[in-house]
Design a protein around this ligand. Structure first.
Ligand SMILES: Nc1nc2c(ncn2[C@@H]2O[C@H](COP(=O)(O)OP(=O)(O)O)[C@@H](O)[C@H]2O)c(=O)[nH]1
Ligand SMILES: [Mg+2]
Length: 498
């Protein structure tokens, strides 16, 4: 009873009316009406540069520095989405700066939701600087990184996960990563999260009604609550199941070749890159520095590192290389631990496997299988992981020189990115951002606690607290419940002008 009272007094579970936009708090800190200006294209010379103005008075400010070619066209009277040709001039002297195309957007139908003007001019840094200076003379101030997108979020044009997708789409290095970001920008994740929140708000409302109106509606229907919570938990876990691949697609995967000297690490690197990148020689200690190269496997941006053979090197330079190699292996998402199959597993291999075991994941590669019989390879593969103290790790027979080749390595890298092997093809939303993964984990934890309370037939308040915890966690993804410093951190990673 005491708990019930406490919960209800402190903050009545008004979850149904919980969609209080963070914008309300935030607009008090940032004056989003202010006129801002930023270069939307990359700095430096280019065919075209786009200077973007947004905020109250954007069109009037533009009218001060831009003169349409046709004297009959008045900027202030033009409808949204108009594009006009003209020139930009110094607002005091009238001296021409450049010719330009002006695109006009009227609130709320613009990227930011405010009045916006984009000036497409010649892409030279002197031109851009001069135009930006004139916009400042006309009352604008320089935009902070990500401020245009931040305004789009604060004005409710997009939610936080969509704003993050804007940064992802700009940063995408592979076709798959771009596709993933576009889906998020289209709101695929927002929709899944909204559905989850809807489910949980339903559960919270049922609890609340049973507390407030137990006389009219009777006691809490526990089996129904359990069902609701089970469904929510299942849906969160399904989203999480695919997050490993999502994260790999978004952030790429770091893969390091590890093993003692001369087992064929550099040869495998070259084979995977299909180029003679690393020096290969029969002499141990050839590779001394770390070599990083980019490649794509199944749409995943892989950073592959070849390293110095791990051994107790006497040569001081090689020793530095060995230290770097260890760092690379430990930091990698996946270590490819290479063993010379024609030699078998040595004591040195056993010692070094411990370093590989500290990477995010390990695959044991029995290299030079072209030199041994198929039977010996099968025998070696059967015992290698246990012998190396890497029980449970995947083992592949490979060869940099002949059959069976390197196909199995590419498959292993691809499935390492899949995490539990979930297939993403059927689903619209794939979670890829660590921040979202953490929020979903925390939501799952809260729902599991609520479920436990329901199963034990505890008073409704117990489940209600955890359901609210889950709702808060989910709100972090779309931005309903984030704090200002999280928002600040997200947008400071954006480039200026975006
Ligand atoms: N037969 C055969 N020789 C290989 C294979 N991989 C590497 N080698 C040879 O093994 C030696 C050492 O190779 P290297 O790639 O420099 O080994 P690392 O020290 O581990 O980088 C070189 O002479 C390679 O030609 C393989 O799969 N089959
Ligand atoms: Mg080497």
């Amino acid at each position: 009873m005491a708990l019930r009272q406490r919960v209800r007094n402190r903050d009545h579970i008004a979850i149904t009316s919980e969609r209080v936009r963070i914008a309300v708090n935030l607009t008090t800190c940032i004056n989003s009406e202010e006129l801002i200006v930023g270069l939307a294209t990359p700095p430096g010379a280019g065919g075209i540069a786009i200077v973007r103005l947004s905020g109250t008075g954007a069109i009037a400010a533009a009218a001060q520095l831009f003169t349409p070619k046709s004297p009959t066209r008045k900027l202030l009277n033009l409808p949204g989405y108009s594009v006009i040709y003209g020139h930009v001039a110094n607002i005091f002297s009238g001296e021409r700066i450049d010719e330009a195309l002006l695109t006009l957007f009227r609130a709320p139908r613009s990227y930011t939701g405010e009045d916006c003007v984009e000036l497409s001019c010649h892409g030279g840094s002197a031109v851009v600087q001069a135009i930006i200076l004139q916009t400042i003379n006309a009352g604008a101030r320089l935009a902070q990184p990500g401020e245009f997108t931040r305004r789009a979020f604060l004005n409710g044009r997009i939610d936080l996960s969509q704003a993050e997708a804007v940064a992802d789409i700009i940063r995408a290095r592979t076709e798959e990563a771009r596709r993933l970001a576009l889906r998020q920008l289209d709101g695929s994740l927002s929709k899944e999260v909204a559905a989850l929140r809807h489910e949980l708000i339903g559960a919270a409302a049922a609890i609340e009604v049973s507390i407030d109106f137990s006389d009219e509606v009777g006691d809490l229907n526990y089996p129904q609550l359990e069902q609701r919570l089970e469904a929510a938990l299942f849906n969160i876990q399904t989203l999480l199941a695919e997050s490993g691949r999502g994260k790999a697609l978004r952030d790429g995967l770091s893969v390091a070749l590890a093993g003692r000297p001369n087992v064929g690490k550099s040869s495998l690197m070259n084979a995977l890159l299909r180029s003679d990148r690393a020096i290969v020689s029969p002499f141990a200690g050839t590779t001394r520095d770390r070599i990083d190269e980019q490649l794509q496997i199944d749409g995943i941006a892989v950073t592959l590192s070849d390293t110095a053979g791990l051994r107790d090197a006497l040569d001081p330079v090689e020793r530095i290389g060995v230290d770097r190699a260890k760092d690379a292996v430990v930091a990698a998402d996946l270590a490819l631990f290479v063993v010379d199959a024609s030699v078998g597993i040595t004591n040195e291999d056993r010692d070094l496997a411990a370093t590989a075991a500290r990477a995010g994941g390990v695959v044991v590669l029995l290299n030079k299988c072209d030199l041994i019989s198929a039977e010996s390879a099968i025998q070696l593969a059967a015992t290698a992981a246990d012998e190396l103290g890497l029980s449970g790790c995947a083992i592949e027979c490979v060869s940099a020189a002949g059959a069976p080749g390197i196909g199995p390595i590419e498959q292993q890298i691809s499935s390492a990115a899949c995490g539990n092997g979930a297939d993403s093809a059927g689903r619209a939303a794939i979670v890829s951002n660590v921040r979202h993964i953490q929020a979903l984990n925390s939501a799952a934890e809260s729902v599991a606690l609520a479920l436990e309370s329901a199963r034990q037939r505890m008073p409704g308040d117990f489940a209600a607290i955890d359901v609210r915890g889950a709702l808060n966690a989910l709100g972090l993804i779309t931005g309903e419940t984030v704090t200002e410093d999280i928002i600040h951190r997200i947008f400071e990673d954006f480039c200026v002008g975006k």
